[in-house]
Design a protein. Sequence first.
Length: 634
Amino acid sequence: MEKAIFALKFEQIRAAYKKMKEEGSAAEVIRLTIENAIHRKAFEIAQCTDIEQESLLRQLLAVTFQAAKEDFCAKGTTVAVIQDVFDVSPVKHCEKLFAIVEDNLPQWKMGIFYEPCKNMILRMCNDLLKRLSRTVDTSFCGRILVLLAHALPLCEKSGLNLVSHFNLGNITKYDLADSCFAVDANLTEDSDVMEVGEISEREIPVDYTLYAKFWQLQSFFSSPATCFEKSKWRTFQQNTTEVLNIFSSHKLEFSATLEEGSKRERSKQENSNDDIAAIPSTSRADGDEDIYFAKYLTSQKLLQLQLNDSQFRRYFLVQCLILYQYLVSDIKFKDKSFTLNDEQLRFIIESTERCFRLLRETYPKGPHFADAMKVILHREKEWSEWKNKGCLDYTQLADKEKPSVFKKRPRNRYDPSKLDLGNPELTKLWNINPDMLSACEDSRRNFIPKSVNNESFQWRASRLLMSQSTSYFQTPSKRSEVTTNLAPFLEEVIKHTAANFPELKDRIPGITDNKRNIKGNVNSNNSSTSSALRNGREHIEPSAALTDSHIEQLAPLLASNWSTLADVMNINKERNDAKEEPMKVAQRILTAWRQKEGKAATVKRISSVLLMAELFSEQVGQVFRGNTPKRISA
């Protein structure tokens, strides 16, 4: 059995299992033998080189999964194999091998492996986190936490911190004496020569009192419950007020170098159209985003430089906002004696607004960062309310019944003989005359727009008539309302003004008669059109039928495209069509189409078919000239 496992051949393991069972070995003994051999193979792989280690471990894990599925070993052995290698490997090797855990997570989430392996995966990840540094191995810690979030359900008790414990072990150490408080003169004196991307610090009065008050606040952030003690609250209130006053009175200036970098970042952001996933700590001269999460030092000499760092200020303000929200939140496991009076609540509300205002004034992207913090704190509040209600499983609220499947809407069959432009009005206008060339050459389209409808002419004519014509202000208005349409008003004024000039007076009757004739024609056309409307559709005269004369004239024009014509008209092609003359084939297709369509074989119908097949030409239109549909006119 050990040789089969060391060879990583599952078929050999299965054969050895059957052989041991035939020899009378108990099932538990065989399982223990297989598990011990797998563990020894895991320790052997841990001693291999980096190149071989990952591939061999993947093979061993695959074999272990197969053995666990056939009940040759316990389901938890699949996790124990990885944990054995992690226990004897350095952190760098564990970070590389952790990809194996990420790749095989879907198998552990299967029904047969989830319950036996859930706690073992959690224990393995916790053991890894204890070995890692939060400042050095930040990326690896994040990968482990993301894996746990994917592996465990949202309502898993082990990851919810139901009783709201705080990390009291996070102690910030700082100098308790002012003996070494001396700011280097080189840091405080202004320098004439500055490097590219360097921030010019302003003079902030920093002494040991401010230093001690600032770093003393970290104890309140790590243990917010101490704020409910009266003596501690007074200290917290005084310290935060003084620090916020420093931030308000000594605001950071946005230098030209940073402004250029932010402009480049904005241009890159507009081109990519991507949302901002992280806020850059500083804007460098090359325009790259410098994303860095630091563990700040607490040296007395560095405080003045830190207060001039925009990211440092942001971290402090965010800490204040998180603490303020905790103090006013209703948490189930909070001690009932932890209450705030009206004065304390007023201070928290004012300080919260002040922190958001300072965040908006802190570059870069201050308003965006402040809005993002509001959203994050709101979600944190909802998360706290969810835990207060007992962490109800969201999956239980889902609909148990599967939604009914809707039937697909039947597709409209494509009819090449019917033209549909997607709009009924456009289709109606298109079908009025299938010959587009003759429709464009219609004499009714030739007209000259009136000058009085031109805004430029209206303005110039109004200015001229106002100064030269007495009729401009004397023309009676039919209504007492203000003139909104200037064109008819100008026509009347021009007509009255022309009556005062002998050379123009004789032309007025002719213009009036022409206008009456045009108006009469329009009215007659409107009356005939309205009478032609039947059932909401415009009535069109029946189109002329397709005759033998039409077929004889169309056959030579469509002979070269007889194959396309047959496809469009749904006429079956014969075997001898390729050998016969194209004109005769086209004539046969047209005749067959007329017989198939019957009374519907009209000039308009065949024109639409030829238009859809892109076979309609000017010569074809000349064949149908005089047979196209016409509107009923008076």
